[in-house]
Design a protein around this ligand. Sequence first.
Ligand SMILES: [Zn+2]
Length: 91
Amino acid sequence: MCIACRRRGPQSALLRLTVQRGDPPQAVVDVRRRLPGRGAWIHPTVECWQAARKKNAFARAFRVARIEPPEIPRWIHHSTEERVHQMETNQ
Ligand SMILES: [Zn+2]
């Protein structure tokens, strides 16, 4: 389920986020979906990203008071195919 719009969908359509400890902790995009720990899922769209920031959904998803939201990936505007390519080449 997307933490922003709370719509359910296949996980393949969602981006996995995990949290990195720190002060404040930081939400990071788990491109390969392999990082341990609590995960949160979000649509890779600007709309959901902004909604999540506005609603403080990142902090809520990770059950922390404060969290540094993840950077919006540059490839977010791209097509799915391009996105996968760029994620894999880590751009
Ligand atoms: Zn969403």
